[in-house]
Write a protein that binds this ligand. Sequence first.
Ligand code: TUI
Length: 310
Amino acid sequence: MKADICKILDIKYPIIQGGMAWIADADLAAAVSNAGGLGVLAAGNAPKEWLVDQIRKTKAQTDNIFAVNIMLLSPFVDDVIDAVIEEGVKVVITGAGNPGLYFKKLNEHGIKIIPVVPTVAQATRMVRNDGVIALIAEGAEAGGHIGVTNTMSLVPQVVDAVNIPVIAAGGIADGRGMAAAFCLGASGVQIGTRFLVANECNVSMPYKEKVLKAKDTSTTITGNSTGHPVRVIKNKFAKKLKQLESEGASTEELESFGAGSLKLAAVDGDMDNGSIMAGQIAGLVNKEESCSDIITDLMSHYKQVIQTSF
Ligand code: TUI
């Protein structure tokens, strides 16, 4: 029997919103949690004060549970850990690194931990720790910082390697993807790109339009040579970054070229010089609608698929 992630997380539907840095704020997280999913605030590279403010704003907009996504490459990780403890956040999702250093502290405060893992090795390492109640197996179809293994291959291998619930991420944006994830053994799904175009998502309008207009082949991977591969929608910035990589630029040069680029796209709407992170499934995401409509559609489409497929 598969674990019931809804019971474990106290949510109505097994749908977790992606913790998109510079994008997933209180308005988005609260809208998803109010619609019965797990809303997620993205700490990204933000300082503690920003996160504390967003946690309070989320609580003001929903009585339902929500999570904070902690991006482990952030220079403010220690402060962000303190913020989630002080503000009484119940669930932490970690990404872009190994959260090992923080397990003890989070555990002492009874915070549920859900690490994002891109490999089976990471998955087996994570489940040895108390407080890790589920894993998110994120395939390379996802937007942003990714591993190398695709969702179709990663999810069943992680499911077989661990004995806690696995949430599938990467390449899922409708009921078919959700049903596929459940067929692979997942107990839930994490969805980023479709929530990026939600009415309640405060990302810049040009960014939303790029996602809405994207095709199956619109994304590319930058940063392969730095060890931090990132999936983005193709634009001038991605082209220049890939050119610098192919010319053998150093990690320092590439990182300084990329610094601030996500904010440029997400907040300032600069579609030439910004990094437009999105998943490969962007080609399927063609409509701006409310989080509630997205979740209702995902669930009804999912049920229809499983009733008619077998
Ligand atoms: O974290 C993500 N996606 C992200 S983070 C982000 S912000 C950013 N901006 C510029 C450069 C880099 C990041 C944008 N998108 N997804 C979860 C995820 N976690 N994907 C891959 C991983 C991961 C990678 C390595 C998890 C663990 C890991 O462990 C390495 C180790 O040291 O053990």
